[in-house]
Design a protein around this ligand. Structure first.
Ligand code: ZN
Ligand code: FE
Length: 251
């Protein structure tokens, strides 16, 4: 397996650095400068770039990285991506730094959004966040709900490498949805302590999200009840998800 570490960018983005020996990939380089600094500091060679979706805070650094050194750019086929060399669709398989990686289609935040699954590690861009999920800029609630269910079906121990540090910001909403959920209350304490200590809350673990992320809990009676008090017309998971997402937008 490659080693995974984070490169902070902008206010709350994470660019993931995958390295094996001196070879490196980066996931969603919204900015080239911090990536170039890390490559130089660690004496790494950029072998390639992985992109989850087209937003500027995820692909804005591609041009600067390619100006430094030509490399492969793996990215969604259905989105407009700078310098893309390998257009990808869900279901494809890659080998990155000798590691088998599966491409998952996870539409919702954007229509062509992809996630990359390495053994035990999912790079999901802006699909799932700590205690939250991405906004629906392009897709429908049904699409995002299906994408999240695809992720939720992975083993609980899967580590989730999302692209933003949003966990602390998201937890008050999770608690509003489920005021009596002790896992959410405990997580609020843990996350506050981590943030005060300057630590990232990412990678997430899927098992923890299952316990405290309302968007993965659309079948829980307490979540259904809250959603129905906030616009859900029935108890179906898609309707519950749609109501939660709409409520979150104005929370
Ligand atoms: Zn985005
Ligand atoms: Fe983003």
């Amino acid at each position: 397996m490659f080693e995974i570490s984070l490169i902070p960018a902008f206010k709350d983005n994470y660019i993931w650095l995958l390295r094996r020996g001196r070879q490196a990939f980066v996931v969603d380089p919204g900015d080239a400068a911090p990536v170039l600094q890390r490559l130089a500091a660690d004496d790494l060679e950029l072998a390639g770039i992985l992109i989850t979706h087209h937003h500027a805070d995820h692909q804005g650094g591609i041009a600067g990285l390619l100006a430094h050194r030509a490399c492969d750019v793996f990215a969604p086929a259905e989105e407009s991506i700078t310098g893309r060399t390998h257009p990808l669709r869900g279901g494809e398989r890659l080998e990155l730094l000798g590691v088998a990686v599966e491409v998952l289609a996870v539409p919702g935040h954007t229509l062509g959004h992809l996630a990359y699954l390495a053994p035990g590690a999912l790079f999901c861009g802006d699909t799932l966040f700590g205690a939250g999920c991405g906004r629906l800029f392009e897709g429908t609630p049904a699409q995002m709900s299906a994408s999240l269910e695809r992720i939720a079906a992975l083993p609980d121990a899967t580590r989730i490498y999302c692209a933003h540090e949003y966990t602390q910001m998201n937890l008050p909403f999770a608690q509003a949805v489920e005021p009596d959920n002790p896992d959410i209350a405990a997580r609020i304490q843990r996350v506050a302590a981590a943030r005060v200590a300057g630590q990232a809350t990412v990678p997430l673990t899927l098992g923890e999200e299952q316990l405290s992320n309302p968007f993965l809990r659309c079948r829980e009676p307490a979540v259904i009840a809250s959603a129905q008090a906030n616009g859900a017309r029935d108890a179906s998971p898609v309707e519950v998800f749609a109501a939660l997402r709409a409520w979150r937008n104005v929370f």
